[in-house]
Write a protein that binds this ligand. Structure first.
Ligand SMILES: [Zn+2]
Ligand SMILES: [Zn+2]
Length: 157
């Protein structure tokens, strides 16, 4: 699927399920790691993880697009567009969107990586889902000392 086809698909889903046109950009972004998609508050664009399509197929993709469109339409309408907002939950239910921004990985919904162990010598990075004591481990590549860094809490997905 190309960016252009994705754009068309998002426009179709927007009109059919939300009754409102999607007037911004939809595109694949191969740099997305843990999420299937995200909505960008500043530009109002929607980005989809291309690996998600490969791993979960097109039906799941539609669920992700609906999820992102819930953020999109509610944000533009100045209503509750965050996951915790009632508006968001209701709209998501109505259109049958994915409950979560699907994780990409082994085909299951997973915890996102919240921590990173960084090697002070070679710069190697090890992503971790749980907090770890960096003093108890060494870099697997060069045996250097590690430091723990908390990753930014996920942006609005
Ligand atoms: Zn190292
Ligand atoms: Zn989301």
């Amino acid at each position: 699927m190309t960016d252009q086809e994705l754009q068309k698909l998002v426009e179709e889903i927007s009109s059919r399920f939300f009754g409102v046109a999607f007037r911004h950009q939809a595109r694949f972004n191969g740099r997305l790691r843990t999420t299937g998609g995200r909505y960008l508050l500043r530009t109002h664009d929607i980005e989809i993880n291309p690996r998600h399509l490969q791993e979960h197929g097109e039906e799941e993709l539609v669920g992700i697009i609906k999820h992102e469109l819930c953020h999109y339409h509610l944000h533009l309408a100045k209503r509750g567009y965050r996951h915790a907002d009632r508006d968001f939950q209701l709209l998501l239910q109505q259109v049958g969107g994915s409950r979560y921004c699907q994780q990409v990985g082994n085909g299951r919904t997973q915890l996102p990586y919240r921590y990173e162990l960084l090697c002070q010598s070679c710069g190697m990075s090890y992503k971790r889902k749980r907090k770890m004591n960096p003093n108890r481990y060494r870099c697997g590549r060069c045996s250097g000392k590690l430091t723990l860094r908390e990753l930014q809490p996920a942006k609005l997905d």
